[in-house]
Design a protein around this ligand. Structure first.
Ligand SMILES: [Fe+2]
Ligand SMILES: [Fe+2]
Length: 146
């Protein structure tokens, strides 16, 4: 069993947002299995850099989607994104200053944050988009007033 299992309740768009999330989940699992084999320290610098780049790209994509959809919780959601990227940068600095516990801290941070980020924050976007689609369909079905 993987350290962080992908689950159906994490599906948001059956598209690019899910692809980003899945890639991040894979990175968590790769880091965790390296750590449990004593290789975490070897890969953490490279993995941190790639997780930070992938996360920033993902968050930009998500925020753009939210802006286009006029998602009402956008500002609060963005703040959560900023705080998470700050935590990743903190870990990167810790690693650069010689800490040897960063690999396991990073696995835990990524798993816990991603799980909450997807299941609470991003699910709100999914429900909002569903509601928008439903309202549009209702409007299209309504007979034109003459
Ligand atoms: Fe996301
Ligand atoms: Fe998000």
């Amino acid at each position: 069993m993987a350290y962080f299992e992908w689950a159906d309740d994490m599906v948001i768009d059956n598209g690019p947002i899910d692809d980003d999330h899945r890639k991040l989940v894979q990175q968590v699992n790769a880091l965790h299995s390296a750590t449990s084999q004593g290789r975490g320290q070897d890969m953490v610098a490279h993995l941190l850099a790639s997780v930070i780049a992938d996360t920033q790209e993902h968050l930009r994509r998500e925020e753009h989607l939210m802006e286009v959809a006029k998602f009402p919780d956008l500002e609060r959601h963005k703040q959560g994104h900023v705080q998470f990227v700050e935590k990743l940068h903190d870990l990167q600095q810790k690693h650069q200053s010689g800490s040897i516990t960063v690999a396991s801290q990073l696995s835990t941070l990524l798993r816990d944050w991603l799980s909450l980020h997807i299941r609470r924050g991003d699910k709100g976007l999914q429900r909002f988009l569903q509601l928008q689609r439903f309202l549009q369909q209702q409007q299209q079905r309504r007979p034109a007033v003459k």
